[in-house]
Design a protein around this ligand. Structure first.
Ligand code: MLT
Length: 269
């Protein structure tokens, strides 16, 4: 896996498709890693010949260890911009699922002019409620004591539509294994960083790039009403629902998800 040095910190990433052209940068969710994008990135890159770049955020995979102090969305956005600089990339399409979307908002605050297209999947603009912040700190504390299993118990039941959670053991196993591959300090640091993220609702009306919003129709973590609220505020946004899918909608229906992204990328050409 190639790596970049961003301010002396190692950030690993995967590239799909050609190594030239305006790329699509895909940011993973919490507490997952870049490999959550594999099916989407392979089709976009290897079949449809889009340049796709997928980082592992700090503390994840082969990127340098981080946490358990808060790893903020601003720091993650800074790393993504640093990776783009490292690769000589000025402008890019930016996509993020859930936490990846929160990081996309932070990146827009830092460098909106570099984003030529935006993909917001199963995410929300709002900050955590006080109760939500308390749950993040509880998770961070428990993960440091009990390890990633605490995050598996807290997160995996919320990741999928109820039927998929019952019947798609492959998806449950994949999420479980991926979470177990993340260091407890990273999970704690990211959880604490998510609790600190600002409300991005006011940012939405200022987004100038064409925007694709995707949401699993059975996403209970960042539900369709959140997606519709973002669509209503972002000037040039389109919302595509992924029927019967939950929060990690790109896993439950990779074909529908990838087709929606491919159609959006085609519209940007
Ligand atoms: C994610 O999928 O990135 C997280 O579930 C988001 C969150 O916990 O808010």
């Amino acid at each position: 896996m190639p790596v970049a040095q961003i301010d002396g910190r190692t950030i690993a990433y995967t590239q799909f498709g050609p190594t030239q052209g305006v790329p699509v940068l895909l940011i993973h969710g919490f507490p997952l890693r870049g490999a959550m994008w594999d099916e989407v990135a392979r089709v976009l890159g290897d079949v449809l010949a889009y340049r796709v770049i997928v980082p592992d955020l700090r503390g994840v995979g082969e990127s340098a260890a981080a946490g358990p102090m808060a790893i903020t969305v601003e720091e993650n956005a800074h790393d993504v911009l640093g990776l783009a600089d490292h690769l000589g990339i000025d402008r890019f399409v930016l996509g993020g699922l859930s936490m990846g979307g929160y990081i996309a908002f932070a990146l827009l605050r830092q460098a909106q002019g570099r984003v030529v297209g935006l993909i917001l999947a199963d995410t929300r603009a709002g900050a955590d409620s006080d109760a939500g912040k308390a749950r993040r700190e509880d998770l961070a504390t428990r993960v440091m004591v009990d390890g990633p299993a605490a995050a598996v118990g807290a997160m995996v039941p919320t990741f999928f539509a109820p039927t998929a959670y019952q019947q798609r053991q492959d998806l449950v196993d994949r999420a479980t294994a991926m979470i177990h591959s993340i260091a407890p300090s990273t999970i704690a640091g990211l959880a604490r960083g998510l609790a600190l993220r600002p409300d991005s609702t006011d940012l939405l009306a200022t987004i100038t790039s064409p925007t694709l919003i995707l949401c699993g129709s059975e996403d209970s973590l960042t539900p369709p009403a959140e997606a519709e609220a973002m669509r209503a505020r972002i000037p040039n946004a389109r919302l595509i629902m992924i029927p019967n899918a939950g929060h990690i909608s790109n896993w439950e229906d990779p074909v529908a998800f990838t087709a929606a992204v491919a159609g959006f990328l085609e519209s940007l050409r």
